[in-house]
Design a protein around this ligand. Sequence first.
Ligand SMILES: *Cc1c(COP(=O)(O)O)cnc(C)c1O
Length: 354
Amino acid sequence: MRLPEIVIDLEKIRANVRAISALTDPLGIEVVGVTKGVLGDVRIAEAYLAGGIKSFADSRWENLQRLRQAFPYVSLILLRIPGLSQIKRVIQWADISLNSDLEVLQALSEEAIRHNKQHKVIIMVDLGDLREGVWPRDLPEFTKKASVFSGIQIIGLGANFACYGGLIPTVEKLNQLVELADTMEGILGYSLAVVSGGNSANLRLILNQTIPRRINQLRLGEGILQGTESIQRQRLPGTVPDAFILRAEIIECYEKPTVPLGETGQDAFGRLPKFTDEGWRKRGILALGRQDVPLEGLILRDQRLKIFGASSDHLIVDLTEAGEITVGSIVDFNLSYGGLLGAMTSPYVEKRYV
Ligand SMILES: *Cc1c(COP(=O)(O)O)cnc(C)c1O
């Protein structure tokens, strides 16, 4: 056994996909399986497929490359708008990309023509989250100009929420997206195959069934992997929270005070740590640190334990209430979405599939 390890329960992931499909299918919404939280993991992508998902999306072309090699015929979407330096790889590894820049679209078009391809694009519009997207006022002009690039095919309009600005997707915002799609269709002279309404933040509108009917695609990562919508982190019916469990080993266990002895300054990360004096406690050191997972993403499964803090390679926990835990014991954690992303992308964390 290599520790720390992340135990990945593929059946639980399949079950989460099925539970979400049960919510989205009746509304005519296609779920695109987002893999960026798991480093484009092929086994997890297989579980997506087994659960009924038909296309994958990732923010990194490196992950799309891995998925393409494993799944030659599954449709792959690049989530992060591509840069001019990435054009060749986008055309090579993605079937569809999300885009918001005319210069990039022109370059994609030229590269696609060079390879006798037609690259599909979904235009992103910014409805106020203030990350990527064309400003709604500029969309008609943008569409007119983009429509002349013959190497690309505009197949849809999309928006993203709750990523930078924490903007909540509402019925009003999505109705605006639908209206903008209508306007684009008027300019293009054909109907858009895809109106991509957003990410796991939109699942609230699925739960209360208020999502506008024209929205026919959501790009979901957290919803599938964690089983939660991402505005209030409400559990979705039929999903489980523990498809992923992180496990690490206790390497020291002593009774020590809770406040450092003597004058204190900055910690290893330039922060001034604060301490509350809880007297002497049984303190365990885990062979787990910020190089493996962000501390904030860890959720102890054993309620008797408490996290004191962590440095790059050591996590210190309060074991006072857990008499039997000592050096050699293994401690289990659930992970937040950020914690999952950290653990899955750390080269130090062993992946074990069950
Ligand atoms: C990350 C991302 C998603 C998926 O977000 P989740 O919250 O994991 O569902 C969808 N669309 C874009 C553009 C993204 O960057």
